[in-house]
Design a protein around this ligand. Structure first.
Ligand SMILES: [Zn+2]
Ligand SMILES: [Zn+2]
Length: 86
């Protein structure tokens, strides 16, 4: 099966992109999500460091959800506003 997160389309709004991550809107949940560009479940130490920088930029004072309900084998994270409860 083709992994949806490996084949991210530019159909939703992309907020940010670098060589490690993409921050784009999740069409299903209608919140931004951070997606790792590699197909993996774990971040390298360097990627974790980059993630912290991204979180201070995009997720300040917001709840983040590590729950990967629909695509468990590709690392991604939803940035939920405080009103939404996971
Ligand atoms: Zn989603
Ligand atoms: Zn993937």
């Amino acid at each position: 099966m083709v992994c949806k997160l490996c084949n991210l389309e530019h159909k939703s709004i992309w907020h940010y992109e670098d060589e490690y991550f993409v921050v784009c809107d999740c069409k299903k949940c209608r919140v931004p999500m951070i997606v790792l560009k590699r197909h993996d479940t774990e971040l390298t130490p360097y990627e974790s460091q980059r993630l912290i920088e991204l979180l201070t930029k995009f997720a300040e004072r917001k709840r983040v959800s590590f729950v990967r309900r629909s695509i468990p084998d590709h690392w991604h994270m939803h940035i939920r506003t405080s009103r939404r409860i996971e």
